[in-house]
Design a protein around this ligand. Structure first.
Ligand code: KIV
Length: 297
C-alpha cells in the first residue's frame, strides 16, 4: 500500500491546515486562503479532486448514504471505512487525507477506540481521523492526540446522532442550544483537535465559534464565515438520489448526464449500431484468407 509523500513538496499537512486559521488568538481577522474540503470514497474521484487542488479529502461515513444505499450513516462499519480509505489513499498525493470514525467504532472503550483509529491510519493510510461529538468526546480526542493521531472534531448536526436528535435538523437555534454547540466546539479544541467541522447551524453561531476558536472551522450548512467549507462530492456534482439540503450548491448535474449516456448506449445496442466495425477486433488477413469462405465476413 502507498503512503503519503513527505511534506515540503506541496503536500498538505496538519500544521498547514492549522496555519490557515483566519483569526489570530488576539481576535484579529487575517486574510488567509479558505480551506477546501470534499468527501471522496474511491480511487478515480479522489484522483480528480486531488489533481484539482482540494486541500482535504474526507472519507466520510456519508459513504453509507452516498454510495452504499443506506438510509443513514449508522450501519457503516469500520471495515467499510478502511476499505474506502485505502482506495482514496492510493489516489491522493497532495491533499490531507482524513477518515471518519464510523458509528460504534468509538463508543465502547477508549482502548478499543484508539485501536480502531489506528486501523484507519495503519491499514487505510489516513493522516487524521474525524470524530463526531463535543464535550462527551474530550477523553477520546485527548487519547487519540496522545497516540499521535490528529483529530478533526465535528459538532452541530452530527448525523450519527440522528436517532437521538429526532432527524437531520439544524442545530443551535435556541439560546440554550447555541450555547451547548459553542461549549462542544470549545471542548473539542481544548481536547487537542486540529480542526473542527461545524454542521447545519445558524451563520452567526458558526461565525462566533470561528472567531473564538484558535483551530480552523470547516463549515457545512454553517454559512460563509468559517475558515473553510466541506461538501459531499455527490451533492456538489448532482450525482445520486439523496435529498439535497438547502446549503448544497450543485455545480453539475451528473445524474442527468449519466442517464442520457446510458439511454444512448442501450438504444445503440438494441438497434445494432454499437459496436461498429471500427470498434471491433479483426483476425489477420492471412488467417481470414485461410478460413472457409462461409466463415469469412
Ligand atoms: O460523513 C461526512 O461526509 C461528513 C461531512 C459531510 C462533514 O461528516
Amino acid at each position: 500500500m502507498s503512503f503519503a509523500p513527505l511534506a515540503g513538496n506541496g503536500k498538505i499537512t496538519v500544521p498547514d491546515i492549522l496555519s490557515r486559521k483566519s483569526h489570530s488568538p488576539a481576535g484579529f481577522a487575517e486574510s488567509k486562503a479558505k480551506i477546501t474540503c470534499l468527501t471522496a470514497y474511491d480511487y478515480p474521484t479522489a484522483r480528480l479532486l486531488d489533481d484539482a487542488g482540494v486541500d482535504i479529502l474526507l472519507v466520510g461515513d456519508s459513504v453509507g448514504m452516498a454510495v452504499l444505499g443506506y438510509d443513514s450513516t449508522l450501519p457503516v462499519t469500520l471495515d467499510e471505512m478502511v476499505h474506502h480509505t485505502r482506495a482514496v489513499r492510493r489516489a491522493t498525493r497532495r491533499a490531507l487525507l482524513v477518515a471518519d470514525m464510523s458509528y460504534g467504532s468509538f463508543h465502547l472503550s477508549l482502548d478499543e477506540s484508539v485501536r480502531n483509529a489506528l486501523r484507519l491510519v495503519k491499514e487505510g493510510g489516513a493522516e487524521a481521523v474525524k470524530v463526531e461529538g463535543g464535550e462527551r468526546r474530550i477523553e477520546l480526542i485527548a487519547r487519540l492526540a496522545d497516540a499521535e493521531i490528529p483529530v478533526m472534531g465535528h459538532v452541530g448536526l452530527t448525523p450519527q446522532s440522528v436517532n437521538a436528535l429526532g432527524g437531520f435538523r439544524v442545530q443551535g437555534k435556541t439560546g440554550d442550544a447555541a450555547r451547548q454547540v459553542e461549549r462542544d466546539a470549545r471542548a473539542v479544541e481544548a481536547a487537542g483537535a486540529f480542526a473542527i467541522v461545524l454542521e447545519s447551524m445558524p451563520r452567526d453561531l458558526a461565525a462566533r465559534i470561528t472567531e473564538k476558536l484558535s483551530i480552523p472551522t470547516i463549515g457545512i450548512g454553517a454559512g460563509p464565515d468559517c475558515d473553510g467549507q466541506v461538501l459531499v462530492i455527490h451533492d456538489l456534482l448532482g450525482f445520486g438520489t439523496q435529498h439535497k439540503p438547502k446549503f448544497v450548491r450543485p455545480y453539475a448535474n451528473l445524474s442527468a448526464e449519466i442517464t442520457r449516456a446510458v439511454s444512448a448506449y442501450c438504444d445503440d445496442v438494441r438497434n445494432g449500431s454499437f459496436p461498429s466495425d471500427a470498434e471491433s477486433y479483426h483476425s489477420t488477413a492471412e488467417l481470414r484468407e485461410n478460413q472457409p469462405a462461409a466463415q469469412r465476413r
